[in-house]
Design a protein. Structure first.
Length: 234
């Protein structure tokens, strides 16, 4: 595993026998994890931007949040949405398995303002590169095992909090009081219990998120090499 700083120095963290160096079977699955507000989506967008859009599929773990009705009538403010049990990870595992088999899926849609799944799903077809993004995607071993490259976006906690505030206030119509209450009661404790420890499963740790152009360029180069290797062995 490598930790890639924004300088040109690469720090070796673990022996280089990670699966990342072996030829992959198409499609190539990349997991991008990190705490809330760490910059996962920015890293995802910058990686996607180096490829033809038809070659890359992005699956967000957030799509697989359980509907509010599945929480036994509890109001949304009493639900820990940062715990792994709040997400239907088994469905994501099934969908990713099907995509790796070359099959299409019906991807769920989720409304963050009502905490409910939308009645309409989206037909999604497999691509050469599948990016799976989410704060908890390394927690479940069965999901990790479907990934060929695992990236962890590592960002300072204060910066992550500010980004979460901005997102929830501007994009999800939340009040600052509700955002701060959720952060203190569930976001921070769940980060310490689940997200931060899952960093040990990463092949590559990217500090500074989407601002780390050196790291992103190196990851893109590795993906391109693996895709070429698959093409040559096809």
């Amino acid at each position: 595993m490598y930790k890639i700083d924004s300088s040109e120095t690469i720090v070796l963290l673990l022996p280089a026998h990670s699966r990342i160096f072996y030829p992959m079977i198409s499609p190539l699955v990349i997991g991008i994890a990190g705490g809330t507000g760490s910059g996962k989506t920015t890293v995802t967008h910058k990686i996607v931007g180096h490829f033809d859009r038809s070659e890359v599929l992005v699956l967000r773990h957030d799509y697989y949040y359980r509907d509010l009705n599945s929480f036994g009538g509890r109001p949304a403010e009493k639900i820990n949405f940062d715990h792994p049990d709040a997400l239907e990870t088994s469905l994501l595992i099934d969908h990713l398995t099907r995509l790796k088999q070359g099959k299409s899926i019906q991807q769920p849609q989720y409304d963050y303002t009502t905490y409910r799944r939308l009645p309409e799903s989206i037909l999604v077809h497999p691509c050469n590169v599948i990016i799976v993004e989410g704060i908890l995607i390394f927690v479940e071993k069965a999901l990790r095992d479907l990934m060929d490259i695992k990236l962890f976006v590592d960002t300072d906690a204060d910066e992550r909090l500010l980004r979460r505030l901005r997102r929830d206030l501007l994009e999800r119509g939340r009040s600052i009081e509700s955002v701060m209450e959720q952060y203190v009661s569930t976001v921070k404790p769940m980060h310490l219990e689940f997200v931060e420890p899952s960093k040990r499963w990463a092949d590559i740790i990217i500090p500074e998120g989407g601002e780390n152009e050196v790291a992103i360029d190196m990851v893109v180069t590795k993906i391109q090499e693996l895709l070429r290797s698959v093409s040559l062995h096809a």
